[in-house]
Write a protein that binds this ligand. Structure first.
Ligand SMILES: *[C@@H]1O[C@H](CO)[C@@H](O)[C@H](O)[C@H]1NC(C)=O
Ligand SMILES: *[C@@H]1O[C@H](CO)[C@@H](O)[C@H](O)[C@H]1NC(C)=O
Ligand SMILES: *[C@@H]1O[C@H](CO)[C@@H](O)[C@H](O)[C@H]1NC(C)=O
Ligand SMILES: *[C@@H]1O[C@H](CO)[C@@H](O)[C@H](O)[C@H]1NC(C)=O
Length: 306
């Protein structure tokens, strides 16, 4: 009888069949294991069984006495196919099997982010590509790459259409057209493994180093329209030409008449000795020059009467 059983055992893969009424229960039926972690799953027969066993590339096992057999690995580091529990019964259906839903996962060795074909600051309104590279992740079909600008998720990339149980390298590209408001903003890429309810909660993540965006933009005045100012004898007058810009603008001044005093290359002139006339300030950086006019008028007599 023993010999016959061994015969059945070896012939088993030729006439295996899956069945709903298999009478085999895997506990648990789905396991999510981190690379190098232990795993154990028991397979139980719900009716008398001749042979009960695990078919697996590692730690295969079988029993001819018990109604239960364990598949157990102390440290799972092999990207094996999913183990199968099989049973050979005394009564029909004589043979059946259950495949274990096994997910061996590995968080990436690295997640990195960099601009594609570009170095140095970006320019407002132009298009750029950022590349996120993920090394050695498994299984890739559970991976979502999330792109963040500061704390806002701006894009996510799922790899559910790829199937690979062993580690792979993947990447994602984010196309951006930065605005001046994004100057100094940090971009990040987060690799997240969503492994389901049997997996670790919250899902394991690996975050890239941040990429600081430096965005160049031309000098911009809060109010670009000419400013009209009235002179009061003896009082100070302020011409404020401050503009935002990256790189920081530098300033120069011109006047419609010879100037009494040297005008500094500063954004703001505060003086009590300006003559009436038109003063033009130019704010410039490497991108552009922008001018703004200040029209200084003597206080009119008509006005004085009011
Ligand atoms: C980057 O530059 C290389 C060579 O100049 C070119 O082959 C490649 O297509 C460029 N990649 C992108 C995304 O523009
Ligand atoms: C990915 O982003 C879209 C919107 O762009 C959002 O609807 C979806 O929920 C996100 N997916 C995940 C898995 O977060
Ligand atoms: C990016 O910006 C942060 C703060 O805004 C700063 O601490 C960090 O040093 C910057 N990193 C680089 C590479 O410039
Ligand atoms: C000059 O104008 C800027 C805005 O354009 C403002 O922030 C700043 O306080 C002003 N400075 C003075 C001295 O009025």
């Amino acid at each position: 009888a023993k010999l016959a059983l061994v015969g059945i055992f070896f012939l088993w893969p030729l006439n295996r069949r899956f069945s709903d009424g298999c009478s085999l229960v895997l506990k648990p039926s789905r396991v999510v294991v981190g690379f190098g972690e232990p795993v154990s799953v028991s397979c139980e027969a719900t009716r008398p069984v001749r042979v009960l066993g695990w078919e697996s590339a590692i730690n295969a096992a079988h029993t001819q006495q018990d109604l239960s057999v364990q598949w157990k690995v102390d440290s799972l580091i092999d990207w094996i196919e999913e183990p199968i529990c099989y049973g050979v019964f005394f009564t029909a259906p004589r043979q059946c099997e259950e495949k274990l839903n096994l997910v061996l996962y590995k968080t990436p060795d690295s997640v990195s982010i960099r601009p594609v074909n570009h170095t140095g600051p970006m320019v407002e309104g132009k298009e750029y590509q950022l590349l996120c590279e993920v090394q050695n992740i498994a299984p890739v079909q559970y991976l979502t790459l999330r792109w963040y600008r500061e704390h806002t998720e701006v894009y996510n990339h799922s790899f559910s259409d790829l199937i690979s149980s062993s580690p792979v390298q993947v990447s994602s590209i984010l196309i951006i057209t930065p605005t001046k408001a994004e100057n100094g903003a940090q971009y990040k890429c987060v690799a997240e493994l969503e492994l389901g309810p049997e997996g670790p909660q919250p899902p394991p993540t690996v975050t890239s180093e941040p990429l600081n965006a430096s965005v160049y933009f031309p000098p911009t005045f809060l109010t670009p329209e000419p400013e009209i100012l009235e002179l009061t004898v003896g009082a100070e007058i302020t011409l404020n030409c401050t503009a935002t810009g990256n790189p920081t603008p530098i300033y120069s001044w011109e006047s419609s008449h010879p100037m009494k005093e040297r005008i500094e290359d500063e954004p703001i002139i505060i003086s009590s000795s300006l003559l009436p006339g038109t003063y033009t300030c130019t704010a410039s950086n490497t991108l552009e020059k922008k001018s703004k006019q200040f029209i200084v008028k003597a206080k009119t007599k008509g006005r004085k009467k009011l």
